[in-house]
Design a protein around this ligand. Sequence first.
Ligand code: 2P0
Length: 320
Amino acid sequence: MRATAKAQPNIALIKYWGKRDVDKNLPAVSSLSVTLDTLWTKMTVEFSDTRKSDDLIVNRASNQVLLPRVSACLDHIAGVDRRRASIVSEGNFPIAAGLASSASAFAALVVAASKASGACHDNLALARIAGAASGSAARSLFGGFVELAAGETCIDVATIADASDWPLSVIVAITEEGAKPISSGEAMNRSAETSPFYTSWLEQQAGDLAAARAAVLARDFAALAAVSEHNCLKMHSVMWGSRPPVIYWNSATLSCMEAVRRLQTDGHAVFFTIDAGPQLKAICLPGEAAEVRATLEACAGVIRTMESGLGAGAILLDSK
Ligand code: 2P0
């Protein structure tokens, strides 16, 4: 009746941007991500016969905004006539700031709720349920390098290489701790409706994904860097071309990008990616992490950095 699960956020190298079906939250494009290890969300779900309504606490504060999405996700796991639940979430990084907090939150939620309710969903079924709540969450059920294939009616998700197969480091430069100005879901829909670049984005995704998959399987850092930066900048070009424009970057984001490009010129194995927020994520070989981190910390406007390796998918911590 009570279970706690832990999940890590993931960073997409080939991005999910756009929905095939808004109601079912089916992504319009496939994506490829890396699951992190040091950033986490822990989620405890407890179903009760006596409780009259669901209750959600996020980082020790009641959260009414996220509650409907969480309740809908529990309905998917345990059925609409399920018992009501207390849901308690705790994380070690900023939420709703382009750091994929919804990915780790919903991945941990489905694992905890599945166990607490006695439902017997396998990992792919859990990924599909998590993805219906937050597209990127489906990827956090799996560890290492994860590919999400966007089908006509459902998604498929799987690890294509384990974290230990190719240990990379990720440095996150936090340039703003507040919530983002527009949710990624709303921004995606605006891009689909108004950006003149959206159709090209859809058309080119399969090619980018194939190049990234080949680079991962060959452990070809330079090839992965090139296609990942291209895909990231193309996604942001789609956003910038939307009306009104969707601009998540600030001046520190650009400073960080410039710093990464300087490191590349100096021969360092590092590349950047940026999601629906102003934080820059630098991906590098582990031996480069200290220098990349110090360089990003020295950029104007960087509040702090976080460092992570690649990690495992969501796991159950305990239940009773
Ligand atoms: C990604 N992002 O692939 C892309 C890149 C943001 C930029 O997935 O609407 O919060 O809940 O399905 O999962 C953010 O998307 O969106 C995201 P919804 P979600 O990581």
